[in-house]
Design a protein. Structure first.
Length: 601
């Protein structure tokens, strides 16, 4: 077993009367890459600050191996706004070799102007400079707080490879589950003020955590059964509760506490069945948009056309600066367009979660922030959910709901902002980087909510796991106005891209081979079947077409039966009569495309 580079024993931290963690112990060995998981507000970032000496603690010990060098990435780093990017990395000093290394890493993180003052950089760019700062010095032990925030997918994949190479030791907090799974071999979970260790990656953690919870539920079930018997005893024999029965009364209250955990752990799946959205959503009619400065013109969109379908759940991906956020701001009317127009349906009610929208009255209580929007969220069929119940669904305990906003952690404030968007009961959600700073449990709840959401969704995110769980369609922004429409989730897109790259490489090699051999061949070689086969994207499209055609045929049959039933009102008869020819046209179009693709099988 490698020697430990960090040993933590019986560590306790409190904020006033609140205990974040109590008597927790763990160690990290040389070469181990460890991920730390916990709910927002339970002390993840505080624990990292304690380990780096930036925050104090009440009890316990923290022992590092002698002469170890620690690199630390804070969740929200701060810089002197006057110093340059390069000076921010080295504090005005550095060897030539390290400066070269800094330039290489900053280039990978798309920070190009090393003489630019830090004050001119966005918050996301400053976070990337801080990340470079942590990596440049090649520390023995890296402590990283949300390293993938503000990185695009290309940068995340580069960082993934960087951290996996060599024998570096690492402790990090991240909500990116793909990143966690591929980088870390040990998971620490901070839960109920205790630490639990899982010696495996994120997938292993999920399996073993479920076993732990199942065992706990069995204990809670036993406690519930005993609790009911004890409750009966307490009610039946109040006169017997003298000195001899005191021990039994105290045990009863302990059992009551355990049994109530069952209620706290139970989670509802929210199905807002009363949400209605019409068949017309929005149509991008040949949208163009560009930004010009002294040096160049950046094209975001050029004559872009797209007709958004009912109930569509679309993901938008692409490198930073390619126009993803600008596109949704144009859709929402926040950003102007150069030409074209958005034609938006009358029934559409947008709910917008933006990167910049986190603004609260810090002196207001959490519950009041939400009840100012609505007392209840309507679930349809006479069912409703109170503001407090809705907050509890998103893991705000009753105690937290009556806290002031200023007491919340950064992640809890993001979660509260998300609740304020959802409480307005929109039928079209537009979520711009919703996963930043949210804990994994909240992400799982949000994924369930979006899976059940009976409206439309657009998600801009660099979180690959989240995108795979939520979206079924992608717009890929490649830059310079080029936008690719892809019928699948992010993993399918990456697989398709890899196959496409291999296919292009083979075609180039074959083309060179044909050029070299053309002089030698006097007649064509028909030995191999050279007919074009379906690409990966076309296979996905073919499968989707089969589903679409079946659904359209079922709808066609239903409408024809309804039209012949004689039971429709005048309005319904008119609506169905208009829908039927549109349905036939759509069926013809999809059937023709299906036939085209079937020839390539």
């Amino acid at each position: 077993m490698p020697s430990p580079i960090l040993d933590v024993q019986n560590l306790t931290k409190r904020f006033g009367a609140q205990v974040l963690f109590s008597n927790i112990s763990f160690s990290i060995a040389e070469g181990q890459r460890v991920g730390l998981i916990a709910k927002n507000g339970t002390g993840k970032s505080t624990l990292l600050s304690i380990l780096t000496g930036k925050d104090g603690y009440e009890d316990g010990s923290i022992i590092y191996r002698r002469d170890i060098r620690v690199g630390y990435l804070e969740q929200s780093p701060h810089f002197d706004p006057e110093e340059t990017v390069l000076d921010a990395c080295f504090n005005h000093q550095g060897e030539e070799e390290k400066i070269l290394r800094a330039k290489q890493i900053l280039t990978q993180l798309k920070i190009g102007n090393l003489s630019q003052p830090m004050g001119q950089l966005s918050g996301g760019q400053q976070k990337r400079v801080a990340l470079a700062n942590a990596l440049i010095t090649e520390p023995d032990f890296l402590i990283l707080d949300e390293p993938t925030n503000h990185l695009d997918l290309e940068m995340i994949e580069w960082l993934e490879g960087f951290l996996r190479r060599g024998n570096r030791s690492l402790l990090m907090v991240t909500h990116d589950r793909f990143f966690l799974d591929r980088v870390c071999g040990v998971i620490l979970e901070l839960d109920d003020q205790q630490i639990y260790t899982y010696r495996g990656n994120y997938a292993y953690y999920l399996e073993k955590r479920q076993e732990r919870l199942d065992n706990r539920r069995a204990e809670v079930t036993r406690a519930n059964n005993l609790y009911r018997r004890e409750l009966d005893w307490m009610r039946r024999q109040p006169q017997a509760r003298g000195h001899k029965a005191r021990y039994r009364e105290e045990a009863f209250y302990e059992l009551e506490k355990v049994a109530k955990q069952r209620l706290e752990e139970r989670q509802m799946r929210l199905k807002s069945s009363n949400i209605y959205i019409g068949s017309k959503i929005f149509e991008c009619q040949y949208i163009s948009k560009a930004f010009a400065d002294e040096n160049k013109t950046t094209v975001i969109l050029k004559d872009f056309y797209y007709n958004f379908a009912r109930y569509e759940k679309m993901g938008i991906v692409g490198n930073n600066g390619t126009g993803k956020s600008t596109f949704i701001k144009m859709l929402l009317g926040v950003e102007s367009i150069d030409s074209g127009r958005f034609d938006i349906g009358d029934t559409v009610r947008f709910g917008y979660f933006s990167q910049e929208g986190l603004k609260f009255d810090e002196q207001q209580k959490v519950i009041d922030v939400v009840t100012d929007i609505a007392e209840y969220i309507d679930l349809g069929s006479g069912r409703h959910l109170s503001a407090s119940q809705f907050l509890q669904h998103f893991l705000f305990t009753p105690e937290q709901q009556h806290n002031y906003v200023y007491k919340l952690s950064g992640g809890e404030k993001r979660k509260l902002y998300l609740c304020t968007v959802l409480m307005r009961n929109p039928n079209f959600l537009v979520l711009d980087e919703p996963t930043n700073d949210l804990d994994i449990q909240t992400l799982q709840i949000l994924e369930e909510y979006l899976a059940d959401f009976p409206g439309c969704v657009i998600v801009v995110s660099h979180d690959r796991y989240f995108m795979d769980k939520v979206v079924d369609h992608l717009l890929v922004f490649h830059g310079e106005g080029r936008v690719q429409d892809f019928p699948g989730n992010y993993t399918q897109y990456r697989q398709w891209s890899a196959l496409k790259s291999e296919e292009n490489a083979r075609n180039e090699a074959n083309a060179k081979g044909r050029d070299n051999n053309s002089a030698k061949k006097s007649k064509p070689d028909y030995h191999n079947d050279t007919r074009r086969r379906m690409t990966y994207k076309e296979k996905l499209e073919f499968e989707q077409l089969e589903k679409d055609i079946a659904a359209l045929e079922a709808e066609q049959k239903l409408i024809e039966e309804q039209l012949c039933s004689g039971k429709l009102s005048i309005d319904e008869l008119t609506q169905k009569s208009k829908r039927l020819p549109m349905l036939n046209d759509e069926l013809d179009e999809k059937s023709m495309r299906w036939l085209e693709l079937s020839e390539l099988q």
